[in-house]
Design a binder for this molecule. Structure first.
Ligand code: GUN
Length: 299
């Protein structure tokens, strides 16, 4: 019985964050430039509020100019678009992130497409999606979660994934689809699976690299995993567990970590895996946006 290596997202994110902080200090010293990040949140979704607070805190720790705009739940589409227009035209802001999901009455697509591509640090604009899928990433913004997953995969297997089979579970625009593009770009042979896939466990068993982004607690178990695979868990699911007769809420991923670790070579935990990497990739994208906007080159 093997025990998989634990891919520590907290440690990787801290290292990357330290590097971004050093580069931000150099940018100030040498070019009098401070990267600016604006986060827009509409409404009071508690999970979104936690994410937004973490993003602001990390941006400040990196030395960024950081602003948060909190709009009321019942804000109109026009109000949200007017704020984005203002931020698009604000030279102190290099990255704009609109926290999703938006309240149901708002048109999410129109909002995400209103952010100018050069400030789209989420990588949701069609221009950035097109650059990613066509392999033109030199000045593109790649969505933060798949970009973070990719760094973790590279740390295990190197940047060239030639000959590896990768299976992505989930086909969302935020994770599954851009993840598939990145893996393909790195020469992996990629299969994207989803809720309509026949024999999902059988398909996952062919994978040297598994990225689980389904949003269902612990569904990927050890008997789905090819021995020696690298398993990345994007899921953040809140479940109730009983501790000493009391019901407590706990975060868990899409993989059943303990059983997967008996088979895999390496796996990411939840919490402490992909989550911290996602936030730090937002900082990396914001620094990149500031550099590109100032004609300094991506990195
Ligand atoms: N909500 C959940 N994940 C994300 C993300 O990556 N970006 C934004 N803007 N909202 C999210």
């Amino acid at each position: 019985m093997t025990t998989a290596r634990r891919i520590d997202g907290k440690v990787m994110a801290a290292e990357l964050s330290a590097k971004i902080t050093r580069e931000t200090a150099a940018l100030l010293r040498e070019h009098a430039l401070v990267p600016g990040l604006a986060v827009v949140i509409v409404g009071e979704d508690p999970a979104s509020q936690v994410y937004v607070r973490n993003k602001k805190r990390t941006a400040e720790a990196c030395g960024f100019h950081s602003v948060q705009h909190t709009l009321a739940t019942n804000s109109t589409q026009e109000t949200v678009l007017a704020l984005i227009d203002e931020l698009n035209n604000d030279d102190s802001i290099h990255g704009i992130l609109v926290q999703l999901p938006l309240p149901a009455h708002l048109d999410e697509q129109q909002v995400t497409q209103a952010v100018v591509p050069g400030k789209d640090v989420d990588g949701f604009h069609f221009i950035n999606i097109g650059k990613l899928t066509s392999g033109n990433t030199s000045d593109a913004f790649v969505p933060c979660t798949p970009a973070g997953c990719m760094l973790m995969i590279e740390a295990e297997l190197g940047a060239n994934l030639s000959g590896y089979n990768a299976v992505v579970i989930g086909r969302s625009n935020i994770v599954g689809k851009p993840m598939a593009s990145l893996l393909l770009q790195a020469n992996a042979t990629v299969t994207v699976t989803h809720s309509r896939t026949a024999d999902l466990p059988g398909v996952v068993r062919t994978a040297d690299i598994v990225v689980a982004a389904v949003g269902r607690a612990n569904i990927v178990s050890g008997d789905w995993i090819k021995p020696g695979a690298v398993v990345i868990d994007v899921g953040i699911n809140r479940i109730d567990v009983s501790v000493d007769g009391e019901t407590r809420s706990r975060l868990t991923g899409d993989i059943d970590y303990d059983s997967v670790c008996k088979v895999a070579a390496a796996a990411t935990p939840v919490p402490g895996g992909v989550g911290p990497m996602t936030i730090v990739m937002l900082m990396a994208n914001t620094l990149r946006a500031a550099r590109l906007a100032s004609g300094l080159g991506a990195d």
